[in-house]
Design a binder for this molecule. Structure first.
Ligand SMILES: Cc1cc2nc3c(=O)[nH]c(=O)nc-3n(C[C@H](O)[C@H](O)[C@H](O)COP(=O)(O)O)c2cc1C
Length: 158
């Protein structure tokens, strides 16, 4: 396989940009993700791919819940804030208005919409685990256009 072709082709998959809210052992966190998709109508299932080396991965394994915060077009700076790895210290949610949902994971006040999920399965995958969650609560806070990976100019894939 031509590695350049593989990278180029994989980067043609169209993605949105999300902030995944998580909790674990008394702590909250959130991180920016783009590998997100619906995978079933009934029951309503979604998948997120979570980097195994991240703190958020450990937290999802502990609490078995997560929230997909769907960002609005124009919210690149908000997404950028949550790219910072938690292990570099500091609470990424400090100063960012949020509340806890039924899953007790963080819902961002500025998010266009949110999906609260209970983990059904965690597949080993490769360097990211494939986490499948059942949507148990949802809300639309502003019915606007979503933030896309294309709009940010970032790449994650290849
Ligand atoms: C454009 C972009 C998209 C990303 N998408 C994902 C993703 O889908 N899943 C993931 O685990 N990490 C993704 N990341 C990396 C995480 O945002 C990053 O590893 C973050 O530090 C993890 O958060 P934590 O250290 O607080 O757990 C992405 C990074 C960028 C730049």
């Amino acid at each position: 396989m031509d590695p350049e072709a593989k990278k180029k082709a994989l980067r043609k998959i169209v993605h949105g940009v999300y902030v995944i809210g998580v909790r674990g052992e008394g702590k909250l966190n959130a991180f920016t993700a783009t590998w997100v998709s619906q995978v079933s109508f009934e029951p309503p299932l979604v998948m997120i791919a979570v980097r195994k080396a991240s703190i958020s991965h450990q937290m999802i394994e502990q609490s078995k819940v997560f929230v997909i915060n769907l960002l609005a077009s124009g919210q690149k700076l908000l997404a950028q804030h949550f790219l910072k790895p938690a292990h570099l210290g500091g609470d990424k949610l400090e100063g960012i208005p949020h509340r806890l949902g039924v899953t007790e994971a963080p819902i961002l006040q500025e998010a266009a919409a949110y999906l609260e999920c209970r983990v059904r399965e965690i597949h080993t995958g490769g360097d990211h685990s494939i986490v499948i969650g059942e949507v148990i609560e949802a809300g639309v806070q502003q019915d606007v256009e979503p933030l896309t990976l294309k709009e940010t100019g970032w790449q994650y894939g290849g």
